[in-house]
Unconditional design. Sequence first.
Length: 297
Amino acid sequence: MKSIQNNCFHTLNTIQLPDRDAALLPEIDTICRFYSDLWNHNRPGSDVWNINHSCGTYVNVSHETIQLLTLSEQYRTITDGAFNILAATVKHLIQRNKNTSSHEFTQLVEKLSREHILIDGNRVLCPPWGVIDFGSIAKGYVCDRINEFLTAKGVKSAMVNLGGNISALGCRGDGSDWKIGIRDPFSDRKTSLCALKVRNRSVVTSGMYERALSFHGRPVHHIIDPSTGLPCVSDFSSVTVVSESSVDSDAYSTAITVMGRKRAEVFIQKNDIDVFCMTSDRTIFYTDNLHPIFFES
Ligand code: AMP
Ligand code: MG
C-alpha cells in the first residue's frame, strides 16, 4: 500500500491505496484541499465564511455547499432536531467566552428550534443571529466523494481516514476484512477497545472524550444539544456509526450522542442504523450486523 497525508479540515488525514493505484493519490489530495478551502469557516471568502458574514441576507454558494446544506436539513428533520448545523452558534459564543443574559439565551434556544437555513436555487439565507460550521458532517461527505472518485477509476481497495472519520473501500489486498480500531473512551493513552471487521463501510465515532472547548477555563464538550443550547451531557461516552454512506455515519454519530441512550435506541431501530456504543457506566452495546473483535487486556 502507498499513502498520502495532509492537514485539511484542521486535522490529520491519511489515504492509503494499493501500489498499482498510487498515481491517484495527488488527485485525492486535491479533492481534500478543494473542500477544506470551500468550508473553512476561518478563511475569508469561503462559502461558510460568506454565510456567517451575510447578516441576514441571501448569499450565492457553490452547488456542493447547497448539497451539504440540503443534507444537513434532512438530518435535522430525521433526528428531530438533535442534528442542527446552526448549533455552531453556541460553539461560537463559547469560543469567544461570551456571557449571554438568561433572556438572550432562552431566545437563542427558541430560535434554534424554529429558524433554519433557507435555500433558494444556489442562494442561501442564514438567520442573522446564526453561525454554521460543517464540523459534524464535512469529513463524511468528502469521504463519500473520494470513494466515488476511486470507484469510477476502478479502484477496488482503499482506506480513507479523514481525522478518524474512516471509509474502507472493498476489502484488504489479501481478501480479508478491514479491521478498524475503536478507541477506548476511558483510556488517556488512546488505546483501542476493540476492532470492527468491515468491508465497503464507513466507520465514524463521536466521543465525549473530545472536550474540545474551554468556557471560562472549564473544559466543555464540542457537541451542542440544540434543545438546551448547552454543551451536550450524554450518557454515551462514545458512539460509532457504521454504514455504507460516510456522511450518514458522520451526521448520525453526532446526533445519537446528543440523543442519549433512551431516545437513540428508538431512533436506531426505526432507521435501521448499525452502531457500536459505550455508555458512561461502561456498558457496551452494538447492533447485530457488526463483528467486533475484543482484545485481551
Ligand atoms: P463530530 O465530531 O462529528 O461529532 O462533530 C462535532 C462538531 O459539530 C462540533 O465541533 C461543532 O462544530 C458541530 N456541532 C456541534 N453540535 C452539533 C449538533 N447538535 N448538530 C450538528 N453539528 C454540531
Ligand atoms: Mg459527526
